[in-house]
Write a protein that binds this ligand. Structure first.
Ligand code: GLN
Length: 473
């Protein structure tokens, strides 16, 4: 399949948008049953949208940055009249009455939604094994997980069902599956992309972002969806940064820190890839320093208090009254209890219990309050680091894609998968994962580039240097 940039150029030049749409539908038909990528394929909607784009081109109008480009959407993004489940039984059959802002922006830029992709229930997980509708398989090795929680969106691009997709990242859910599927994945600065219509998991951490095969396609997609939105009170007021124009800026003169805490504990093949990436940036003119940020070790513990605390509050709205499924009971309390017992899976219940406990009056200061203090220390530690360097490099995940079932019985082992990705969510800063080299079983490895808020353009430029050196562009 062609890149998003190539498809948009072809469509603007007069090629029917239906060409890429039919190609996408053929790829979906070929492997969706095996891989369980899409929960819902919007065949008719995609064809109608393609016809609309063609009509715009015929009239001499520009359909936008993503003219006729097929895209897959994580199923926690609201889509008018199209089932939106969060891969949970509790929302099965629910059709939102409105679009997420990102969905409206995609339409306004000419993109064509092919449908909704599988995820860990309510985005809680690192393997997509927590979906109520079955796991997604990694297209590169179907015996292994694609990562999570945005596993469906990663697999859609990795299997060439669509050239680009959207996921959400609360603690790593875009970057980790991107690494495990050999893709570029971006966790934008908190507030850069509107969260309106993203079904909330942990509101102070959630961000929507792109998956793509290339740095340029990821930059293009982020540019299309970023920018202020009055419907999201945490949306940044500044205008959308120019990203695609800067992907070839290189890293000459940039100061890059290799941070021990973002590499220690990773498998040998991953450490080797990060070291090689550091050498590559050095050869391209960057100055390398070694840094230790001990506070990063506290990230995982703080996250697993803050994220469940926010989730326990956010998920209170799923009570059988307003959305999705209802299991009747003798009175309203019994109805809510029966609905939530049947509707939520084990991991979601675990998070609600952890979060409720952390927020309860007797434990608030000891757990939630303490975690917030740790979060502040991490924000300060990153700020201190960015006084010395322009960006940080580290591993995205401790290992390549793991096998199904290998971590499902041990929540801690699963949580540890996010040890390198979580810190920037807590700090609200920009981070990109870019494929660099391969490890065990010839599977892809992801390298993370971290920068301060709104440093995406700089990070894309560094990621592009690595992409070229890795022979991917
Ligand atoms: N894997 C992490 C969790 O389970 C992060 C999930 C996410 O980023 N949505 O919470």
């Amino acid at each position: 399949m062609k890149s998003a940039l190539e498809i948009a150029a072809a469509v603007r030049g007069g090629q029917s948008a239906l060409v890429a749409v039919e190609e996408s539908l053929t790829a979906i038909r070929a492997r969706n049953e095996e891989l369980n990528v899409f929960l819902y394929v919007d065949e008719d909607g995609a064809r109608a949208a393609a016809a609309h784009v063609d009509e715009q081109v015929r009239r001499g109008e520009d359909p936008g940055l993503l003219a006729g480009v097929p895209i897959a959407l994580k199923d926690n993004l609201c889509t008018t009249g199209i089932p939106t489940t969060c891969s949970s039984k509790i929302l099965e059959g629910w059709k939102p009455p409105y679009n997420a802002t990102v969905v409206d922006r995609l339409v306004a830029q000419g993109a064509i939604s092919m449908g909704k992709t599988n995820l860990d229930e309510f985005a809680m997980g690192s393997s997509t094994e927590n979906s109520a509708f079955g796991p997604t398989r990694n297209p590169l090795d179907p015996a292994r997980v694609p990562g999570g929680s945005s596993g469906g969106s990663a697999a859609a691009v990795a299997s060439n069902m669509t050239p680009i997709s959207l996921g959400s990242d609360t603690g790593g859910s875009i970057r980790q599956p991107a690494a495990l599927c050999g893709l570029v994945g971006v966790k934008p600065t908190y507030g850069l992309v509107s969260r309106y219509g993203l079904i909330a998991f942990a509101s102070s951490l959630d961000q929507i972002g792109p998956f793509a095969h290339s740095v340029s396609d990821a930059a293009l997609l982020l540019e299309a969806i970023a920018g202020h939105d009055p419907l999201d009170s945490t949306s940044l007021p500044e205008p959308t940064p120019s990203l695609l124009a800067h992907v070839n800026d290189g890293v000459a003169g940039k100061r890059v820190a290799i941070v021990r805490e973002l590499v220690d504990g990773a498998d040998e093949d991953v450490v080797r890839a990060v070291n090689k990436a550091v050498e590559t940036l050095k050869d391209a003119g960057a100055t390398i320093v070694e840094l230790s940020i001990p506070e990063l070790h506290l990230g995982l513990s703080a996250y697993y208090l803050i994220a469940p605390a926010e989730a326990s509050s956010n998920l209170a709205r799923f009570d059988g009254v307003r959305f999705g499924n209802r299991i009747d009971g003798e009175d309203v309390t019994a109805m809510m209890e029966a609905t939530r017992t049947a509707g939520f899976g084990a991991e979601v219940k675990r998070r609600i219990m952890l979060g409720t406990y952390a927020l309860s009056a007797g434990y608030f200061d000891a757990y939630y309050g303490q975690a917030l203090k740790v979060r502040t220390r991490m924000i300060e530690a990153f700020a201190t680091a960015y006084q010395q360097v322009d960006m940080i490099i580290g591993a995205t995940t401790p290992s390549v894609a793991f096998e199904f079932g290998s971590k499902t019985n041990d929540p801690m082992a699963m949580y540890l998968n996010d040890v390198f990705t979580i810190p920037t969510n807590l700090a609200g800063e920009a981070t990109i994962s870019v494929p660099f080299g391969t490890g065990e079983a010839n599977l892809p490895i992801g390298v993370q580039l971290l920068g301060p808020g709104r440093s995406e353009a700089r990070l894309f430029a560094a990621a592009r240097v690595l992409e070229i050196a890795d022979g991917r562009a």
